[in-house]
Design a protein around this ligand. Structure first.
Ligand code: TA6
Length: 280
């Protein structure tokens, strides 16, 4: 189903047998909503901008080809502020899943972006709704004659009842880069699952396990993330500091990515990073 939100085109995908629905805005290839059993699982800011002038705050913005401010591009790169094309959409023959593929290439970029990131590439973003949950697959191919490098993250904004009543599983004892302390590296914390967020957190954990989870003790909801070829994970909540989104209590960002060590692609090479999100 194709519809409009603000100035932007969006697609709604359903998977009736598992009672799931996902909404994807072509601008930024941003997943803005995922409902299972009619319950929303992603946070979308009340201030989310649908003019096509700014990244959409909420859901799953894509950070590519640069995570954060670390590189020649504006924060988190151009994927989240580019107009993607619908390449394919439909259910599998046995109706066990419904999905779509969006694409973006260097031809879709303006000249300022091309001069900051002068590489020939094709990116494809596949979103699949099925009995297992929501799968997102991000692929990049080097179509040029020069090698290039990039960093990447799925900037997941999960909807939580209160960020202070969430437990995080999978990041115990893992060293992290503390973006709030001049990117200083800290030793991991032993008991992160008992950890209650009481202050701003902005961390990049390196070499994290491929299964992570958030338990929301008020909603009694668990979100599980399985990730593939994405070694790192960002954990973020601004906790009301100046400039925080007014809805900051209601989200927790847990973002699988390839951040610490950039991915290098030689001419003709392709890379894929994926996640499967399940919620009970
Ligand atoms: O992933 C966390 C982070 O990099 C934070 O440092 C914070 O700036 C956040 O992303 C949101 O960035 P944005 O540019 O969307 O406001």
């Amino acid at each position: 189903i194709l519809s409009k939100v603000g100035n932007l085109e969006q697609i709604t995908l359903h998977h009736a047998p598992s009672n799931q629905q996902v909404q994807v805005v072509l601008f930024g290839a941003t997943v803005t909503s995922w409902k299972k059993n009619q319950v929303e699982r992603f946070f979308l800011s009340q201030e989310a901008d649908f003019s096509g002038q700014k990244p959409i705050r909420g859901g799953i913005p894509l950070c590519f080809p640069q995570f954060g401010p670390y590189g020649p591009l504006a924060q988190h790169g151009f994927a989240r502020i580019s107009y993607w094309h619908l390449k394919q959409m439909g259910t599998t023959q046995d109706r066990s899943a419904n999905g779509l593929i969006l694409s973006l290439s260097n031809q879709d970029l303006n000249s300022a972006l091309i001069s900051s990131w002068p590489f020939l590439f094709t990116a494809e973003y596949q979103i699949i709704l099925g009995f297992d949950g929501l799968e997102t697959h991000f692929r990049v191919r080097n179509d040029g004659e020069e090698p290039f490098s990039f960093t990447f993250a799925f900037h997941n904004y999960f909807d939580v009842s209160d960020v202070s009543s969430c437990q995080i599983f999978g990041l115990e004892n893992i060293p992290y880069c503390d973006r709030r302390k001049n990117d200083e590296w800290s030793e991991g914390e032993e008991n992160l699952s008992g950890f209650q967020m009481m202050e701003p957190v902005d961390r990049i954990y390196s070499s994290t396990p491929d299964e992570l989870a958030i338990f929301d003790s008020s909603k009694l909801q668990i979100i599980k993330i399985k990730k593939y070829h994405l070694p790192d994970s960002t954990l973020w909540n601004p906790f009301g500091i100046q400039g925080s989104d007014p809805g900051w209590k209601r989200f927790l960002c847990l973002e699988p990515g390839a951040i610490k060590s950039p991915i290098h692609l030689k001419p003709g090479e392709e890379w894929q990073g994926s996640q499967l999100i399940q919620s009970e």
